[in-house]
Design a protein around this ligand. Structure first.
Ligand SMILES: O=C(O)CCC(=O)C(=O)O
Length: 231
């Protein structure tokens, strides 16, 4: 039986994460994709009163009137909704990766399940987080995704909040409508890195990194798991 120590990230992976604020670990959960996806679908099917993000949320957008009121369905406390998912919280692959980035004593700080029918404009995940500590988000995408099909795009290095680039981009992109005027380019054309994925890949991101997604098909599936550094 493997332990978290067996799944420590390499020195190079840790350096990549520290420099750019994100990392993809290809295929880490490939063997479990079928059961994870079955459980994901079952949790969404069991929601009796689905919660949708309010349609006036300025960071989410669709031109398709069918989804104007249903931009993003969110299930909070996602891993605890099913024993077929809750095992992930203690999975050594996940704990090994997180320990490599946050050190000992990190804490689990919730998970959510998402079905997207929209683009997601540039933002950080700092809202409501304890920004005095490092926070990481683990993304499990259940569809193969590229730049034109809703893959996560990041502005690498924007977690370096003591330099000038991160704070400048956060301020310029804070109001999506204003950002396009400031630069006279479409939001999706801001220089970024696209994290192509297939199901089973794990993506890890520092909460401070500016990220978004464009051109996802309706019903794009994602769940995320968050961890906070000890302290
Ligand atoms: O559209 C996406 O995949 C990104 C979702 C996201 O930004 C988030 O959950 O924080």
């Amino acid at each position: 039986m493997n332990s978290a120590a067996d799944f420590a990230l390499t020195e190079q992976q840790v350096r990549f994460f520290e420099s750019f604020g994100f990392l993809k670990v290809p295929g880490l959960f490939r063997a479990d994709v079928a059961r994870i996806e079955r459980a994901f679908d079952a949790v969404f099917a069991a929601e009796e009163t689905p919660f949708y993000l309010p349609p006036d949320n300025e960071f989410h957008h669709t031109d398709d009137p069918r989804y104007a009121e249903q931009l993003r369905q969110i299930v909070p406390g996602f891993l605890d909704k099913s024993p077929e998912l809750s095992w992930l919280k203690d999975d050594p692959r996940l704990l090994g990766a997180v320990r490599s980035l946050l050190g000992e004593g990190f804490t689990y700080s919730e998970s959510d399940g998402n079905l997207f029918n929209c683009d997601v404009y540039w933002h950080t995940d700092l809202y409501g987080a304890d920004a005095s500590k490092e926070n990481v988000k683990l993304f499990f995408y259940l569809d193969p995704l590229g730049a034109d099909s809703g893959a996560l795009r990041v502005l690498p290095g924007t977690h370096h909040h003591k330099g000038s680039y991160g704070p400048r981009m956060r301020s310029d992109l804070y109001t999506p409508g204003k950002a396009t005027d400031l630069y006279d380019i479409a939001l999706e054309d801001f220089p970024s890195y696209t994290i192509d994925v297939i199901p089973g890949d794990l993506v890890i991101m520092n909460f401070r990194v500016i990220h978004g997604s464009w051109h996802g098909a309706p019903g794009r599936k994602l769940f995320t798991v968050n961890y906070t550094q000890a302290g």
